[in-house]
Design a protein around this ligand. Structure first.
Ligand SMILES: NC(=O)c1ccc[n+]([C@@H]2O[C@H](COP(=O)([O-])OP(=O)(O)OC[C@H]3O[C@@H](n4cnc5c(N)ncnc54)[C@H](OP(=O)(O)O)[C@@H]3O)[C@@H](O)[C@H]2O)c1
Length: 277
């Protein structure tokens, strides 16, 4: 299957990470477009593509355009671009949002005649070149009609990813799941660091110590199911320890409620363990 030439609109976290990964995998990055001229120029120069200030011009320069803009910008940008397209024949466009389906690209499909799809990296990307390290091994949720779907599946494989079909998947529930997996553990870690500092640990020790603890849990989770991997008082049934924690959190009722809720959910993870305790 010949490799399509690629355009990236939105040289932010996800757009830059995927652009760099595709470039390394031998794809030609024909153009980079976006809002901030400096960001556009920097990524275009690095990846050898044309820097475009007009998103519609960017689409015209490549076989496949990746719309890597914030979720709420996808539909308005698609609507704006339709009138300025020169020639959309044979061209395709995808967005990267897990929360939205192909409807966000409908103007480009219906009025522009482009093939449209969703190419959602089930991953978290930071700013900067280090983000590319997270691309290999990522699961990519794909929603597109054949044969475009096959092209996107191949694209995912070429950058070391695992493609899967998002057709018919409830996007709001699916994306909520992704937020639980990727974002809220980070929020919980921030709470853990603050509590450990409050308890008397040096700030740096609290941060590195708690982060190493989370890394250990994630490492175990790569080999074990959550029910097998979970440790701690709620999974052991140590109710006395749980009560001491709840007492220690009495000055922060919101966090105390959150702790109780998580303890209850943790007990439900492995009901057999609870019965045995
Ligand atoms: N980051 C992740 O971990 C991740 C993971 C999976 C999926 N995604 C998806 O990837 C997409 C982008 O997210 P992100 O995290 O990469 O966001 P981001 O880092 O904020 O980057 C967004 C990019 O879009 C540009 N942009 C914003 N508004 C624009 C507009 N009106 N017209 C043209 N360009 C505009 C920004 O321009 P400037 O250069 O001026 O800031 C920036 O380059 C979203 O759909 C998100 O759901 C992200």
């Amino acid at each position: 299957m010949p490799k399509p030439t690629i355009a990236i609109i939105g040289p932010g976290r996800a757009g830059s990470a995927l652009g760099r990964a595709l470039h390394s995998a031998g794809y030609t990055i024909a153009a980079v477009g976006g809002r901030n001229p400096d960001n556009v120029r920097n990524l275009a120069t690095e990846l050898g593509g044309r820097a475009c200030q007009s998103p519609a011009t960017t689409i015209d320069l490549a076989d496949l355009t990746i719309l890597a803009v914030p979720d709420d910008v996808i539909l308005p940008l698609s609507t704006d671009m339709v009138d300025s397209l020169c020639s959309a024949a044979g061209k395709s466009v995808v967005h990267l949002s897990g929360a939205q389906d192909r409807a966000a690209l409908r103007p480009l499909a219906q009025q522009g005649g482009l093939r449209t799809g969703v190419f959602h990296p089930l991953q978290t990307f930071r700013r900067g070149p280090q983000a590319t390290q997270n691309v290999a091994g990522t699961y990519f949720g794909i929603d597109a009609d054949a044969p475009f779907r096959d092209q996107l599946m191949q694209l995912a494989r070429d950058i070391g990813g695992h493609p899967f079909d998002l057709t018919g998947v409830d996007r709001a529930l699916y994306h909520a799941a992704a937020v639980f997996a990727a974002n809220y553990p980070t929020t919980l870690l921030a709470e853990a660091i603050a509590l450990a500092s409050q308890a008397g640990l040096e700030t740096e020790t609290a941060r590195h110590g708690m982060t190493a603890l989370l890394a250990g849990a994630v490492k175990n989770l790569t080999e074990l199911s959550p029910a097998e991997a979970i440790t701690g008082p709620a999974s052991r049934g140590d109710q006395g320890t749980i009560q001491r924690h709840l007492d220690a959190l009495k000055n922060d009722p919101g966090l105390q409620r959150l702790y109780q809720l998580l303890a209850d959910r943790t007990k439900q993870l492995n009901p057999n363990k609870e019965a045995a305790a």
